[in-house]
Design a protein around this ligand. Structure first.
Ligand code: PEP
Ligand code: MN
Length: 352
């Protein structure tokens, strides 16, 4: 992945059908996607379906179609999801270039560890999707298990998190989780799968753009020649015929400002923000001073530190004050939870 990124100097594009369905569909995907200079073509060959009875993938037969198509289109790279030792043996026998571990497999450390042992020394680059539940440590842990057997060509895929009541998206993105992932493993390329986050074709573009704005290293987008009749994920796949247009509409942001005037304006705004941060900290220090006094007072009078009535008053009034100033109520609620926790901590220290 690092080599591809170095050569391209732009985010990677991985795309292809949710599932390989028949030979003509595999060939058509190769034809269109290789013309569009997609970096890696994806195919689901074994599908981890939530309930039995749905289309579970074509299996090794699809690997034969892919291997045949690769001969026709030399140099095109293909990625496939694997979930067992058997799958790994079959992809190795069929000249697959990259494998990924799916969200339903990442949740299980036993499964990931076994895959790590089977992949050891095989030379296959590995992508690890986040687990379906929003557990950062489980995701980081899965990547570490792969790296611990000596595999260095590893990437992570953010595909969002399951929720009982999906609102806008099929899987909630919780962008703070991939951002934190970066803090743990800064060297690992981070790819976004906007298709499984969005769940709907019309929403794939906005999720893709958001990922690019957040400096992701690539996208994995599901595309299909005839999405409404796809055997899996029919609602979210992009029409293969419209994918060129889709790629062209993505806006690549530069990581750094290059324009002098922009740099000046940025410096000016950052200076203002620095000044305000000094004031915010100063105010918090003053607030903490008063809290210490209250803490002493409560101790002298033998009154409990936590006063539910007062907390209720704070948490009800502050978001309202924020609303009048066009500051997000959710943000102020979260901020005051932190401020109140700290106030309790300071007073408890005094009361001991
Ligand atoms: C897929 O990529 O088609 C897939 C099954 O994804 P996930 O593991 O993210 O659900
Ligand atoms: Mn899919």
């Amino acid at each position: 992945f690092h080599k591809l990124l170095e050569e391209k100097q732009a985010p990677l594009m991985i795309s292809g059908p949710c599932s390989a369905e028949h030979e003509a569909q595999v060939l058509e995907s190769f034809e269109v996607l290789s013309k569009l200079k997609v970096d890696i073509i994806r195919f689901g060959v074994w599908k981890p379906r939530t309930r039995p009875g749905s289309f579970e993938g074509i299996g090794y037969k699809a690997l034969e179609w892919i291997a045949a198509a690769k001969k026709k289109f030399p140099g095109v790279k293909v990625a496939v999801e694997i979930a067992s030792d058997q799958h790994i043996r079959e992809v190795l026998a069929h000249d697959i270039d990259v494998v990924w571990i799916g969200a339903r497999t990442t949740v299980n450390p036993f499964a990931v560890q076994e895959l790590a042992y089977s992949l050891k020394g095989m030379g296959l680059p590995v992508m690890v999707k986040n687990p379906i539940n929003p557990d950062l440590a489980l995701w980081v842990g899965a990547v570490e298990r792969i790296m611990n057997v000596g595999i260095t060509d590893v990437a992570a895929i953010h595909r969002g998190f399951s929720t009982y009541n999906p609102v806008k998206y099929r899987n909630v993105p919780q962008w703070q989780i991939p951002i934190e992932f970066r803090h743990f493993l800064p060297e690992i390329p981070l790819i976004c799968d906007p298709s499984h986050i969005a769940g709907k074709r019309d929403l794939v573009m906005e999720v893709s753009q958001k990922a690019l704005d957040l400096n992701f290293d690539g996208l994995m987008v599901e595309v299909h020649p005839d999405p409404p009749n796809a055997l899996s994920d029919p609602k979210q796949q992009i029409y293969l015929s419209k994918f060129g247009e889709f790629i062209d509409s993505l806006v690549l942001r530069r990581e750094k400002f290059v324009d002098e005037a922009l740099i000046d304006r940025l410096t000016e705004l950052r200076e203002k923000i620095n000044g305000l941060d000094v004031k915010i900290i100063d105010l918090l220090a003053k607030r903490t001073g008063h809290i210490r006094e209250i803490g002493k007072y409560k101790k002298d009078k033998n009154v409990a530190v936590y006063q539910p009535e007062r907390w209720k008053e704070i948490i009800e009034s502050r978001p309202n004050w924020a609303k009048d100033k066009e500051v997000s109520e959710e943000f102020i609620t979260e901020l005051y939870k932190l401020i109140h926790d700290e106030s309790i901590r300071v007073q408890t220290e005094i009361s001991e």
